[in-house]
Design a binder for this molecule. Structure first.
Ligand code: HEC
Ligand code: HEC
Length: 208
């Protein structure tokens, strides 16, 4: 009897902890130290739809070209680290599927979540973006065209791209990057609204 009571008390605590965790994950507080984003609604006064779309994507670029995203979408086989975007130490490579070379997989060091005592970021599917999704060294215009190109973006239409950037845990990590790293600008919700407004306005790309 006593054991049953203990077990159910433990279960209740687990449940409580569980829902507190869910709450923390679904309503992330804006991170201190990050840059801001203009809200999507503030672009509504640009009457010309194409101009509005380009202006929205230019704001979106503040996130895409931020170190938190760029470090994992590099031009080479090697990730980058830190706000200064230095090459990853030790040397690691993308490998066949983005999870690293055999014998030195990302998961050797990167756990399921951030490990702040050692400053190692983490996530359940930590991996490098494929070469076709590299953004580093490209203009915002090139990044924009590539993001829409289903031959390079993982066969995603615009709705799937918006969904990816508001639900993929690697994207969400950029707003919860662990100690010593600046979060991506604004909040993920604001970023999602900008992406949706861009898609709704015809997903135009900046020139150049
Ligand atoms: C031998 C251990 C080790 C392996 C293997 C490893 N990493 Fe890291 N990685 C680290 C450490 C430690 C840091 C934190 C260093 C820092 O930020 O100063 C880090 C940081 C990073 C960052 C920086 C995040 C940011 O924005 O600052 C990225 C991106 C990254 N690793 C990607 C990868 C990928 C992708 C793989 C697999 C292909 C990988 N790492 C394999 C140890 C490792
Ligand atoms: C830890 C590494 C990592 C970080 C950090 C990261 N990504 Fe990615 N990204 C990936 C991987 C891996 C894929 C490929 C996944 C797939 O296709 O399902 C990807 C794919 C994407 C795609 C799919 C389409 C395309 O053409 O790139 C988008 C959009 C994207 N990431 C946006 C972002 C944004 C925005 C950020 C920052 C807020 C970000 N990512 C940060 C690893 C990362």
């Amino acid at each position: 009897m006593r054991q049953v009571a203990l077990a159910s008390a433990a279960a209740a605590v687990t449940l409580l902890l569980g829902s507190a965790l869910t709450l923390a994950q679904t309503s992330p507080a804006p991170q201190p130290g990050g840059a801001t984003l203009r809200p999507a609604a503030s672009f509504a006064n640009i009457a010309n739809q194409r101009d509005r779309s380009v202006a929205l994507f230019t704001e979106i670029g503040k996130v895409l070209q931020h170190p938190r995203c760029m470090n994992c979408h590099p031009a080479t086989e090697r990730p980058r680290q830190s706000d200064a975007r230095r090459l990853h130490q030790p040397v690691v490579v993308r490998g066949k599927d983005g999870h690293g070379a055999p014998g030195l997989a990302c998961t050797t060091c990167h756990g399921k979540q951030n490990f702040d005592p050692a400053g190692v970021p983490g996530d359940g599917h930590w991996a490098l973006a494929p070469a076709s999704m590299a953004w580093e060294g490209k203009t915002l215009s090139q990044i924009c065209e590539q993001l829409k190109d289903q031959n390079r973006n993982g066969s995603r239409d615009l709705a799937a791209i918006v969904k990816h950037v508001t639900s993929d845990t690697l994207v969400l990590w950029a707003w919860n990057p662990g100690k010593g790293r600046q979060p991506a600008p604004g909040t993920n919700a604001q970023f999602g609204e900008l992406m949706q407004a861009w898609a709704d306005s015809g997903a135009a790309c900046p020139a150049g």
